[in-house]
Design a protein around this ligand. Structure first.
Ligand code: G1P
Length: 307
C-alpha cells in the first residue's frame, strides 16, 4: 500500500516588498482575499487533500500568522455571549483547521533553503510544498491528483501550467516528454527564471510540489543560483537529470483555475474573480461590476494584459 502523505510545508518568510506599505508591519500572507487571509486558502487546500500537519517556514514579522491559527479566547467568548454563532464559527474554523507548526528560516537564502529548514520536521517521508502566492480554486483538486501520482509512481511531482511565453521568465520552466496519461509529463530539464525570450518551453512550475525526502540531501549541496539564492528548481533539476537519483520528476499539467496573489495586479484580479463567484457576494457584486466595467475606457496605447 502506498505511504500516506500527511505533511505540508508552506514557506512564508518572504518580505512582501511588492505590497509595501501594507506589508510594513503585517505579513503579506495575511492580506485578505475577499474576507479571508491568503494563507488560509492555502492551508484549507492542504487539509482538503488530507494534509493536516502543516509546517510554516517563517521569518521576522510573522506573529500575525501564528495568531491567526491560534485560539482567541476573549473574542470567542464575546461572540458566544452576543449569539453571533456564524462569526464564532469563522473564528474557530481557522484554529481547528490543521495542526500548524512553525520554524524560522533564519537567513533568507531562497526557496530551496526554506524547504531545507523543514528537514527535521518532515523526516524520511514524502511531503508537499505549497507556495502562498498561488491560490488553487477549491473545485479543482490539483494537490489530490499530485499526491495520487506520487503514490502510484513513488516519484517527485510538480505542478505545471502553460503560461504565455512573455511570462516564462518569471517562473521555473520545464522541458518535458509525454507519458501515457494526458495530464502527466516526465520532466527532462528545469531552469529557474530563464532570461526573457530564452525559455525552453512555456510550461511553468506553479507553487505546488510533492517531494521525496532525498530532496534534502540535494538541497544541502545546492549552490546559490538565480538571484544568489538556493533554488528549489536547481535541486529538482539535479533530481530530474542526475544519475544518482532514481524515480525522476513528473509534472501534472494543471488546466484548472489558479489565482496568483503575488503582485498587486494579479491580487486585484484574484479578489474580483473569487468575489464574483461567491454565493453571498456574487449576486450583488456581478451586476455592479458589469455596470462599472461598461464605464471604463481603454486608451489605444494601453495593453489589456499589461502587468
Ligand atoms: C518560485 C519558484 C519558481 C516558481 C514560482 C511559482 O518563484 O522559484 O520556480 O515557478 O515560485 O510561483 P517566486 O515566485 O517565489 O520568485
Amino acid at each position: 500500500m502506498a505511504f500516506q502523505i500527511t505533511k505540508a510545508v508552506i514557506p512564508v518568510a518572504g518580505l512582501g516588498t511588492r505590497f509595501l506599505p501594507a506589508t510594513k508591519a503585517m505579513p503579506k500572507e495575511m492580506l485578505p482575499v475577499v474576507d479571508k487571509p491568503a494563507i488560509q486558502y492555502v492551508v484549507e487546500e492542504a487539509v482538503a487533500a488530507g494534509l493536516s500537519d502543516v509546517l510554516m517556514v517563517t521569518g521576522r514579522n510573522k506573529t500575525a500568522l501564528e495568531n491567526h491559527f491560534d485560539r482567541v479566547g476573549e473574542l470567542e467568548e464575546v461572540l458566544r455571549k452576543k449569539g453571533e454563532l456564524d462569526k464564532l464559527e469563522k473564528v474557530k474554523h481557522a484554529t481547528d483547521l490543521a495542526d500548524v507548526h512553525y520554524v524560522r528560516q533564519g537567513d533568507p537564502k531562497g526557496l530551496g533553503h526554506a524547504v531545507l529548514r523543514a528537514k527535521m520536521h518532515v523526516g524520511r517521508e514524502p511531503f508537499a510544498v505549497l507556495l502562498g502566492d498561488d491560490i488553487i480554486d477549491e473545485r479543482d483538486t490539483l494537490l489530490t491528483r499530485m499526491l495520487a501520482v506520487q503514490g502510484e509512481r513513488n516519484t517527485t511531482v510538480v505542478a505545471l501550467l502553460e503560461v504565455d511565453p512573455s511570462q516564462a521568465h518569471l517562473y521555473g520552466i520545464a522541458t518535458v516528454e509525454p507519458t501515457d496519461e494526458d495530464d502527466l509529463v516526465r520532466i527532462t530539464g528545469l531552469v529557474e527564471k530563464p532570461a526573457f525570450g530564452s525559455a525552453p518551453s512555456n510550461l511553468a512550475i506553479i507553487g505546488r510540489y510533492v517531494l521525496r525526502p532525498e530532496i534534502f540531501e540535494i538541497l544541502e549541496h545546492t549552490e546559490p543560483g538565480k538571484g544568489g539564492e538556493i533554488q528549489l528548481t536547481d535541486a529538482l533539476q539535479e533530481l530530474a537529470t542526475g544519475p544518482d537519483w532514481g524515480g525522476g520528476v513528473y509534472g501534472v499539467v494543471f488546466r484548472g483555475r489558479r489565482y496568483d496573489t503575488g503582485d498587486r495586479l494579479d491580487y486585484l484580479k484574484a479578489i474580483v474573480q473569487l468575489a464574483s463567484d461567491r454565493d453571498d457576494l456574487g449576486p450583488d457584486f456581478r451586476p455592479w461590476l458589469k455596470e462599472f466595467a461598461a464605464t471604463l475606457t481603454i486608451d489605444d496605447h494601453e495593453h489589456p494584459d499589461a502587468p
